[in-house]
Design a protein around this ligand. Structure first.
Ligand code: HEM
Length: 174
């Protein structure tokens, strides 16, 4: 997984809680306390998944709440600065969604072993889409949280529902 995701996780844990939460999470996940995530360097999936799952455990949250907290932090505090070109390129959530798959392909293209989540977006009508999430990592709850935060960023009102284990329905209200 792209290092940025893990850098963001660390930053969120320290800024919303404190350094000890991050260190406890590292321990829970079996990492050395000296581990430092590197933005442009991937962390093998197995380790990244272990770290993310350990964060949820440490925070004593369910997956849905964690997805919303991480989604908010990623969109509004972290990625806005680091990947601003993607925010500036699209002006509405619909515009953004139509490029969701491409964005992930582009960002991970320089990794040694790119394995981005893939998204197939099908519009049922101008305001309703079904998003199919394709990733072996099983982070659809994070996708839901990211979508809610993205709509907030564009100041648009949406409803998001998980309709199947790998599908999300999004309804744009304005
Ligand atoms: C400009 C905004 C965004 C940027 C810059 C961005 C970038 C990234 C990056 C770099 C990763 C790590 C990918 C990898 O290592 O394979 C990632 C993962 C992910 N992104 Fe985004 N993302 C954005 C918005 C979104 C949105 C709106 C969604 C909602 C569907 C989303 C869903 C996910 C999910 C679920 C993952 C976890 C990886 C997985 O499940 O395989 N992202 N994103």
């Amino acid at each position: 997984m792209h290092g940025s995701f893990i850098v963001c996780l660390k930053e969120m844990m320290i800024s919303k809680f404190d350094e000890s939460f991050w260190l406890d999470t590292l321990e829970l996940a079996g990492f050395d306390s000296s581990y430092r995530p590197v933005f442009n360097q991937e962390l093998p999936d197995e380790k990244a998944i272990k770290l993310i799952k350990s964060t949820v455990k440490k925070l004593n949250m369910d997956d849905r709440r964690f997805g919303e907290m991480f989604g908010n932090y990623w969109i509004k505090s972290f990625a806005r600065d680091k990947f601003f070109a993607f925010f500036d390129a699209y002006k509405t959530i619909k515009d953004f969604l139509n490029n969701l798959d491409l964005i992930h392909l582009k960002i991970t293209a320089n990794l040694k072993y790119p394995n981005p989540p893939r998204f197939e977006v099908n519009w049922e009508n101008p305001s309703t889409a079904i998003i199919q999430y394709k990733s072996m990592r099983g982070f659809i709850h994070i996708a839901v949280g990211l979508l809610k935060a993205m709509a907030d960023y564009y100041r648009q009102e949406i409803s998001v529902y998980r309709v199947e284990s790998d599908k999300i329905k999004i309804f744009i209200k304005n």
